[in-house]
Ligand binder design. Structure first.
Ligand SMILES: *Cc1c(COP(=O)(O)O)cnc(C)c1O
Length: 345
């Protein structure tokens, strides 16, 4: 059975054009810097994000880990949002592997970190306290509903941080969604920050990989750290080739996923028992189950699966549905009618 899979945009499989590019990719040993396809992907990513250099990494988690470790030494402090992916879903890697102390600020509902909140926790130069080195922001922000940050906010955060001697890292796993939703060039979002990592393997449909971008000096350091972590790959141009197709052809079409997320939200909002968060800003639809629904989220997942639709709960009474390249209008209709049937009992 071919399922309609709304659990995440990570489920996207490579497109036929990607498979063709993968089959034809020229490769070499990337640990020696000899893989022309990886070099091309890294250069393309750097130029799109307005940075000097890029580094291909196996996952977004490694992109954030390598990025933060390349900025911070052991005992340094990184300021992150309390609901950031790096805090919640990356195994505490920055402290486990890098000895980086994480300090959390609760995000605003739109996923931003309020500058006053950051100012309030900055450390004085005092031997009792870990030196604060970095601020990390997430764009789009997953737990905050797929919300995006504006060029103006990012510029003001970067200015604020730089005036205080801090660097800014952006977890831009879905930064191309943030750019598409605002109809701005991605470099308006990434230009002001010191480093950014984004995923090729989510809405952009490539099978594997992320790229970390920043200054040449930063990327040279990051390359060492990637090697320490065992992330130096050899003829990985095979997979990087799909990343080039992703950057060249898949970034602008993300607006279609956003439009479908709104259509899905509208359809679901008419079903009694589902309390939508509001209109989705990008490709994620969040809703809670009202008390009138006696089914558990697990029962709903199971019943939806029997209707050919895979959905994923993110809380005891909460769901997140994600639209992507492989979700078309017919899939939306089927999903909405399946929810109607399942919740009718
Ligand atoms: C998916 C994601 C990552 C990294 O994910 P990987 O699964 O390691 O590629 C990082 N940050 C955010 C916000 C994400 O959604």
């Amino acid at each position: 059975m071919e399922y309609i899979d709304l659990r995440s945009d990570t489920v996207t499989k490579p497109t036929p054009a990607m498979r063709e590019a993968m089959a034809k990719a020229e490769v070499g040993d990337d640990v020696f810097g000899d893989d022309p396809t990886i070099n091309q992907l890294q250069e393309l990513a750097a130029s799109m994000t307005g940075k000097e250099a890029g580094l291909y990494v196996p996952s977004g988690t490694m992109g954030n880990l390598v990025g933060i470790l390349a900025h911070c030494g052991r005992g340094d402090e990184a300021v992150l949002g309390a609901r950031a992916h790096t805090v919640l879903y990356e195994g505490g890697g920055i402290s486990y592997l890098g000895g980086v102390h994480s300090r959390q600020v609760m995000e605003q509902p739109d996923g931003s970190l309020k500058l006053d909140d950051i100012a309030a926790i900055l450390r004085p130069d005092d031997i009792h306290q870990p030196p604060t080195k970095l601020v990390s922001i997430e764009n789009t922000h997953n737990r905050c509903g797929g919300t995006f940050q504006t060029p103006e906010y990012i510029r003001s955060l970067a200015d604020f941080a730089h005036e205080r001697g801090l660097v800014v890292h952006m977890d831009g796993a879905r930064v191309f969604n943030a750019a598409a939703a605002q109809k701005v060039d991605v470099n308006q979002l990434t230009g002001p920050v010191d480093s950014v990592t984004f995923c090729l393997s989510k809405g952009l449909c490539a099978p594997v990989g992320s790229v970390l971008c920043g200054s040449q000096v930063f990327i040279n350091r990051a390359r060492h750290i990637r090697k320490h972590l065992g992330g130096g790959m050899r003829q990985a141009g095979i997979i990087a080739a799909a990343g080039i197709v992703a950057l060249e052809t898949m970034t602008k079409r993300l607006v279609e996923d956003h439009a479908r997320a709104r259509t899905l939200a509208e359809g679901l909002s008419e079903i009694s028992g589902l309390a939508l968060d509001g209109m989705p800003p990008t490709n994620m639809v969040f809703f809670n189950l009202s008390e009138s629904i006696t089914l558990t989220v697990e029962q709903i997942e199971e019943k939806m699966k029997a209707h050919g639709v895979l959905v994923h709960a993110t809380g005891a009474r909460r769901f997140r549905l994600v639209t992507h390249y492989w979700i078309d209008d017919a899939a939306l209709e089927k999903t909405i009618s399946a929810f109607k049937e399942v919740l009718r009992g």
